[in-house]
Each structure stands twice: as C-alpha cells, then as structure tokens.
Write a protein that binds this ligand. Structure first.
Ligand SMILES: Cc1cc2nc3c(=O)[nH]c(=O)nc-3n(C[C@H](O)[C@H](O)[C@H](O)COP(=O)(O)OP(=O)(O)OC[C@H]3O[C@@H](n4cnc5c(N)ncnc54)[C@H](O)[C@@H]3O)c2cc1C
Length: 347
C-alpha cells in the first residue's frame, strides 16, 4: 500500500464521520491505521508535523490540498520572485514600502475613527487597517486594537508549526558520484530519512546546492549555538545519512521558523479553517480591519493562501473584484482519491 492509498483509507467517509470522537489527528490516525501503520506511514512519507493538529482541521487541510492538480510550478528563480513582483507592482502604482526593524509595528491603538500604528521611530494614523503579519509575530504587537484581534477565538484557534531549513553550496555536486543506481540522487529528488538525522534532503536542479528541511524542534535548539557547531553537526548528519565521506561546503545558510512556517487548527478549537478565513475577511463588522496571510486561509503554508486572503481583503474593503485564476490553471482532471494525486509539486 502506498502512502496515498493509506491516506485514502484513513479518510474514508465512514471514518471521517467519526472524527469528532478524536482529540488529535494522531489519535484518529492511530485508531484507523493502527499505531504501527501510522509509524509505517510516517517512515514512508517523512513528515509527522500534522499529528498534533485538530483532526477536523487536518482533514480540511488535506481536502484543500487535494484541490491542487500537482501541476502547479514554483517560480524559476525561487519563491522570492513573488515578493519582488509584488514590490515592483506596488511601487509602480505609487505605493511606498518601508522595511526593516525601524518599521516593525509595535502597537496598534484607536483614536476617534483612526487607527494609530506605532513603529520604533514613527507613528501613522490610518482609516483602514490590513494586518498581514502571521499569528506568532502579530501576537507580540501591543495596543487595544491588536489585543482585541488577538483575543478572538478564530485568531487563538490557529496552531503554528515550526520548521527548519538549511542549504549548502559545494565546490562540486558530490551526490553525482554515487554510482549505485538505487542509491543515486537525481536533481530535485528527495532523500527521506526519519531517524534522528535530517528529514528531507534534495539537490537543486543542475547546481551544486543541496537543501534539506525538517520540522524537528531539535535543530532550532542547535541553531542557537555558534555557527561552526551547527555546520559541524549538519555535516556529520549528512555523512551519517548518505553513509559516506563528503566534502566540506563552501557556504551554508540555515533558518528556523520558531513562530510558525505553516499552520493547523488547535485540537479542541472546534472552528474550521474556512471559518477562520471568513472571520479574517472582516473580524469586526463595521470596522475597517482586514486580516490577510496564508495562516488565515485553508491553503496554509502556501503562497496561494496569502494571495487569496489578500484578494478577499481587497474585495471586502475596496470592492475590487476577485480575479479569476488564469485559464491554464483551470482543472481539466479532478483526482478522485489521494492515490491519484501527483504530490511532487504540492509537498
Ligand atoms: C521552508 C518553507 C518553504 C515553503 N515553500 C513553499 C512553496 O514551495 N510553495 C508555496 O506556495 N509556499 C511555500 N511556503 C509558504 C510561503 O512562504 C508562505 O505561505 C507565504 O510566505 C506566506 O505569506 P504571508 O504574507 O502570509 O506571510 P509572510 O511571508 O510570513 O509575511 C509576513 C510578513 O510580516 C512581517 N511582520 C511580522 N510581524 C511584523 C510586525 N510586527 N511589523 C511589521 N512587519 C511584520 C514579516 O517580517 C513578514 O515579512 C514555504 C514556507 C517555508 C517556511
């Protein structure tokens, strides 16, 4: 049985009908796949970060993912292409962009009909407010307006999941030296391992860059140590994983998203991702406040969620029509099961 077939079995209509009896997605999975089956699923799939979420939320999230075709592509120059295109477009329309620590929002209050937004050095008064910060960082913003949003049940129901990512550039692509056909790692092919070492490792296409990511808090802890300790530990873990001596990299970069890289629903929250999206469109009826970002849309952890929720705000606050997806994105074939889905571009 493949992972996707296991998922199809787990999410059978009669199983999902009983989902309210389970506290977490983990207990739901253990019940229907058995603890051993769940362990096997994790070993094959290589990711267990969803297990702590509310079972209803995870099923809703998977349903949202199954609406993707698997034919979606990432920008050729990487995800930053989105941010660059957005900045270019905003500037061409006369917008000014302020970034960096001096412009970090510290508090949001209200004075008469205006929102008062404070950064370390500036204060701005605005009539309409779009909150585009994820729940973790927004949780640190003070002030009456910010705290009112933070107290909302929809806001509190979101469960941030941490993630770690590292990338290394080598003088040459040493993984191409692996001659044994069954051990060979091709560009963009993932090497999974679920023991105590590195989760997913993949070489970039036609380059000397190896990247890896995982959701273990352990790596976030090690990252607090000096950089050379982290470099040494990752090098050791890679040699262990690939079972060979490997050359030292020319440079490395690591990032740990402790406040959340993507988001589920908290167990027991009894509020769906779609309800969070509806709330975010206009948290307080009659107030010009809009909350956007991938954390507030069922495509959590995907740029698509951030874009759709921004479209929702533009539609609600400025009556700008929601754009239709480009023609070539419209689905011709709808997979009937997870086993039919091409996951390669989705995960
Ligand atoms: C490792 C990793 C891999 C990913 N891979 C993919 C992928 O392949 N495909 C895909 O579609 N998506 C991917 N994503 C997800 C994608 O990056 C996010 O969905 C997207 O960036 C979410 O956009 P956002 O605007 O909601 O939040 P963010 O991109 O997090 O932007 C929020 C911004 O708010 C700023 N901010 C926070 N607090 C404050 C404050 N107090 N004052 C001022 N500014 C503040 C932050 O600095 C940040 O710039 C990945 C994410 C990670 C972490």
């Amino acid at each position: 049985m493949t992972c996707s077939q296991m998922l199809d079995y787990l999410l059978k209509r009669e199983h999902v009908a009983q989902i309210h009896n389970f506290a977490t997605f983990e207990t739901f999975q253990h019940h229907f796949l058995t603890p051993e089956g769940s362990r096997f699923y994790f070993d094959v799939f290589g990711y267990d970060g969803d297990l702590k979420g509310s079972p209803e939320g995870v099923v809703e999230y998977y349903e949202q993912l199954s609406a993707l075709s698997g034919k979606e592509i990432r920008p050729l120059k990487g995800m930053s292409a989105f941010v660059e295109a957005l900045a270019k477009s905003a500037k061409s329309l006369g917008a000014k962009i302020y970034a960096g620590g001096d412009y970090k929002i510290l508090s949001i209050n209200k004075q008469a009909n205006l929102f008062v937004v404070k950064t370390p050095k500036h204060e701005v008064k605005v009539g309409k407010l779009v909150i585009a910060a994820p729940p973790g960082s927004f949780g640190n913003v003070s002030g009456k307006v910010a705290e009112r949003i933070q107290r909302e049940h929809a806001f509190q129901s979101i469960l941030p999941r941490p993630a770690f990512k590292g990338a290394a550039v080598y003088r040459r692509a040493w993984w191409e030296d692996i001659l044994n056909e069954k051990d060979k790692l091709y560009p963009m092919e993932r090497f999974l391992s679920n023991s105590d070492c590195l989760g997913w490792t993949l070489p970039h296409s036609a380059s000397r860059v190896l990247q890896g990511w995982l959701v273990r808090e352990k790596w976030g802890e090690i990252l607090k140590l000096p950089k050379q300790v982290m470099d040494g530990e990752i090098h050791r873990a890679l040699e262990y994983k690939f079972n060979r001596k490997i050359p030292k990299p020319l440079s490395t970069v690591y990032q740990y998203w402790n406040e959340g890289a993507w988001y589920l629903q908290k167990p027991g929250s009894r509020i769906s991702m779609k309800q969070v999206t509806d709330w975010a469109k206009r948290p307080f009826p009659g107030e010009q406040i809009y909350v956007v970002g991938s954390a507030y849309h069922p495509y959590r952890g995907y740029s698509e969620g951030a874009i759709i929720s921004a479209n929702n705000a533009l539609n609600n606050g400025w009556q700008i029509p929601i754009p239709r997806p480009p023609q070539q994105w419209q689905r011709t074939h709808v997979p009937k099961s997870f086993a039919e889905l091409d996951w390669r571009n989705i995960r």
